[in-house]
Design a protein around this ligand. Structure first.
Ligand code: GTP
Ligand code: SPV
Ligand code: MN
Length: 586
């Protein structure tokens, strides 16, 4: 299949600048995978794991200063700062190309330049986008091979044209002082240098499928969201699809792969995984929103993943998986905090040093991850590669909030739901560098991923709701409310199905709820607790709406919205005023 002149010209131009020893065009074949894997092992980029126990599995240890997304080094390079908004770091395109362009000069000397063509989205779908990543990292190539539809399929999809995202990546010298992740939404282009970490370096994922795609979606009338997609099968055999936007490391992978608790499984409840991180949504001819998962694999958080919490993930990662920054056991298998197996004596930590079980250091990095093909998930939905996507009945916004926010409540309508997304805030996690556990605004879980001014993005959300005749119902969920001693009140994981069940009831016109100042909150008995030992008292705490707390919350929201000046859409302002007056009892 022809590569198109536009591609050849671009690759030549980059090769002339970065000066690699060799240029390799990836085809996505099994033979190529074997060759690259062998080379990566030879170079020490991958450590083979015990192949009889974990066939096709490898361990990668990244540079200790390169273990998570670096949001302060991530920029949106639109013509004006205002287009990027207060939610983004901004650099003028000219300055960016000049300053960072210099870092690419000769950056691939002594290395191989890999041309990695890939498709985000199912092959042949009108949702799908072609990207081409140029990289000097074999680890990146092998990960892209799992996370996207990579290789010759992309040339077929491109059809000889020039409509692709130019994704340029070089490890540079891996110094955070010379690390930049730049997006040029107006040129459909990405430049990343100085990092080999997932979200900074696998450019199809956060950079293309969220930051660039959110901008394209705004211009073209669709949405790119940081959302899981699941199919919820009820005892009558019907399947309803639900998406959920939760900030990084706040439970998307776990919810997408949920295993029902025995009491509900026995009745016929089941969850199917469609995607665990990103959803692209379009309005269908029927007026509903239809979602596809643009990815082909999971880049999931390892710590906390075990047979009790996420057995489907555990089954998914038994083969053909790349583990990054987990601990290595002497038997050649892997370990992390929250793994089923007890820590083994003689283990090496994520940096390859002997691990002291009684010391304070973690064996696995808190943001250690696994990369595994989605097709290996035992409950992968038969619809997951449907080029038309799946129709969405409900959307959830979730975040880590120890206080104030109830277990679940329903928005009054789409505009109010958009407001619930816009006011989402969460305690920070290890997925991004910086302090963990600090509350911050993370609207729609898109703060690090929205490729333009967030106020315009909210306007786009409101517009999508107006254009869709049957938009999904919107809910806010919170698995992380704690008691006075800091213990989670809600058991979470598989038990979250009880909340999904109420969500589905509400979508079908049932489900008991009380209308409160913040939305429809379930009544004390509305959440099915059959087979779950959770007292009325705890349920009351989980569902509590405290007026004083919400008066304070509304006050803080006002300060936040003011940072967007007159770009703030009227619908958001209206919802804020309505909430403020409801909680004040007016
Ligand atoms: P990204 O890949 O960073 O976008 O994250 P994600 O939203 O997919 O997060 P993930 O599902 O991997 O969960 C991250 C952490 O949250 C893990 O350590 C989980 O064990 C924990 N977690 C997930 N669901 C729950 C839950 O229902 N309750 C509690 N208490 N913890 C949870
Ligand atoms: C996240 O941080 O939201 C992730 C992991 O999904 S990464 O792809 O590295 O950004
Ligand atoms: Mn994510």
């Amino acid at each position: 299949m022809s590569k198109s002149e536009a591609v050849e010209r671009w690759v030549d131009e980059i090769a002339a600048k970065t000066k690699p020893d060799e240029v390799v065009w990836c085809d996505g074949s099994e033979g190529e995978k074997a060759r690259l894997t062998e080379e990566a092992v030879r170079r020490g980029d991958l450590i083979p794991l015990a192949q009889e126990k974990l066939p096709g599995c490898y361990l990668h240890r990244s540079h200790p200063s390169d273990v998570a997304r670096t949001e302060h080094l991530t920029f949106i390079c639109t013509t004006t700062k205002d287009e990027a908004g207060p939610n983004n770091n901004w650099m003028a395109p000219g300055e960016a190309r000049d300053k960072v362009g210099r870092l690419f000069e000769g950056s691939m000397r002594g290395r191989t330049l890999y041309v990695v063509p890939f498709v985000m989205g199912p092959i042949g779908s009108r949702f799908s986008q072609v990207g081409i990543e140029i990289t000097d990292s074999i680890y990146v190539v092998l990960n892209m091979r799992i996370m996207t539809r990579m290789g010759n399929v992309a040339w077929a999809e491109l059809g000889g044209g020039a409509d692709f995202t130019r994704c340029l990546h070089s490890l540079g010298d891996l110094s955070p002082d010379r690390r930049y992740i730049l997006h040029f939404p107006q040129d459909n282009e990405i430049w990343s240098i100085g990092s080999g970490y997932g979200g900074n370096a696998l450019l199809g994922k956060k950079c293309l499928a969220l930051r660039i795609a959110s901008y394209l979606g705004w211009k073209q009338g669709w949405m790119a969201e940081h959302m899981l997609i699941l199919g919820l099968q009820s005892p009558d055999g019907e399947i309803h699809y639900i998406t959920g936007a939760f900030p990084s490391a706040c439970g998307k992978t776990n919810l997408a792969m949920l295993v029902p608790p025995p009491s509900l499984a026995a009745k016929g409840w089941k969850v199917w995984t469609v995607g665990d991180d990103i959803a692209w949504l379009r309005i269908g001819d029927d007026g509903r929103l239809w979602a596809v998962n643009p990815e082909a694999g999971f880049f999931g958080v390892a710590p906390g993943t075990g047979t009790k919490t996420n057995p489907n993930a555990m089954a998914t990662i038994t083969r053909n998986t790349i583990f990054t920054n987990v601990a290595l056991k002497p038997d050649g298998t892997v370990w992390w905090e929250g793994h089923d197996a007890p820590p083994a004596p003689g283990m090496l930590d994520w940096q390859g040093k002997p691990w002291n079980p009684s010391g304070a250091d973690k064996a696995a990095h808190p943001n250690s991850r696994f990369t595994a093909p989605a097709s290996q998930c035992p409950v992968i939905s038969p619809e997951w590669e449907n080029p038309s996507g799946v129709p969405i009945s409900a959307m959830l916004f979730g975040a880590r909030r120890q206080r104030v926010v109830p277990l679940v409540y329903q928005a009054f309508d789409w505009q109010h739901g958009t407001f619930l997304g816009a006011t989402l805030s969460s305690e920070t996690t290890a997925a991004s560098t910086g302090k963990v556990g600090v509350m911050r605004r993370d609207p729609m879980a898109m703060l690090p991923f929205c490729g333009y001014n967030m106020a315009n993005y909210w306007g786009h959300w409101l517009d999508m709701g107006r254009r869709a005749a049957k938009p999904p119902q919107i809910f806010r969920v919170n698995w992380f409310r704690t008691d006075e001693s800091g213990k989670f009140l809600w058991p979470g994981f598989g038990e979250n199905l009880r909340v999904l069940k109420w969500v589905l009831d509400r979508c079908r016109g049932g489900g008991e709820a009380e209308e409160t100042a913040i939305g429809h909150v379930p009544t004390l008995r509305a959440i099915d607790r059959d087979g779950l030992d959770l007292s009325d008292d705890v349920m009351r705490q989980l569902l509590r709406v405290d007026r004083a707390e919400w008066i304070e919350a509304a006050h803080r929201q006002r300060e936040y919205f003011e940072t967007f000046g007159n770009r703030l859409p009227r619908g958001i302002r209206q919802e804020h005023e309505a909430l403020a007056s409801r909680v004040a009892g007016k």
